[in-house]
Design a protein around this ligand. Sequence first.
Ligand SMILES: NC(=O)c1ccc[n+]([C@@H]2O[C@H](COP(=O)([O-])OP(=O)(O)OC[C@H]3O[C@@H](n4cnc5c(N)ncnc54)[C@H](O)[C@@H]3O)[C@@H](O)[C@H]2O)c1
Ligand SMILES: O=C(O)C1=N[C@H](C(=O)O)CCC1
Length: 271
Amino acid sequence: MTNQPGIVITGASGRMGQMLIRTVAESDAARLVGVVERSGHDWIGRDVGECMGGAALGVSVTDDALEAFSNAQAVIDFTAPAATVEFAALAAQARATHVIGTTGLSDDDLEKIAAAARHATIVRAGNMSLGVNLLVQLTKQVAAALDEDFDIEVIEYHHNRKVDAPSGTALMLGEAAAEGRGVDLKEVTDSGRDGITGARKRGDIGFSAIRAGAIVGEHDVMFASQSERIVLRHVAEDRSVFARGALKAALWGQDKGPGEYDMLDVLGLKG
Ligand SMILES: NC(=O)c1ccc[n+]([C@@H]2O[C@H](COP(=O)([O-])OP(=O)(O)OC[C@H]3O[C@@H](n4cnc5c(N)ncnc54)[C@H](O)[C@@H]3O)[C@@H](O)[C@H]2O)c1
Ligand SMILES: O=C(O)C1=N[C@H](C(=O)O)CCC1
């Protein structure tokens, strides 16, 4: 018997799925016990290490999520909104901690995840890196210190395969800025500008999204007045920062009761 929690990775063939599989397989703190892909994918039934072009890892790719989850203590899930909502219910059923990195979740998806968290431990964050979670706290602090003479704009840069905007990270940063300023983000969001938009509204929090090439993920939070500008910036150099954060969250969740937590809880940055 080992005390290393068994971990299942969903979305095995994805950019994050493969990074997570390597991270867990190389870790001394956890065991890779399952990997899940969508039905019909050509990796199903094959050894995941070989599918990734390396040595066998002794774990076959499956499309039976519940069966995989029932052998695990945690599920790390960076897939797509519909899959994540389904996995939240299955992970709760299997009593496995569910770490959610998926972004682009709708209000309806978030309600379903909150319902699953009544019976299960869920850690969800649009960005699992230490640096971005520190930036969230800094953004809140700076927004609280400045008045509406400073326009706030969140600018995000990602690769050309990303399907959602604003990014999950941009939304975390926008929420932090709104909280610092004491306003409701939904009331002041300004995104998707195109055409004759009119002048910027005082107090709005703006979002701009760049999609190009292979950019892993970069975020600027700009505070701009008529006479000066502050820019807080985070650059993810590679996807391993997200995978290491997700593994940390899965281990952290092992002795926590049901509820929905975030990376600020995991990193002890709430204050
Ligand atoms: N929170 C973070 O730190 C963080 C970091 C990076 C990416 N992300 C998010 O993670 C998600 C995935 O990103 P990616 O770049 O790896 O995308 P990707 O498209 O490369 O991978 C997604 C994978 O999920 C699989 N998938 C989809 N539906 C499935 C289902 N029903 N069952 C099993 N597998 C399914 C796809 O086949 C694919 O392999 C996105 O929402 C992205 O924004 C979050
Ligand atoms: O590559 C992605 O997709 C990323 N998604 C997250 C987001 O939406 O903020 C984190 C950065 C990379």
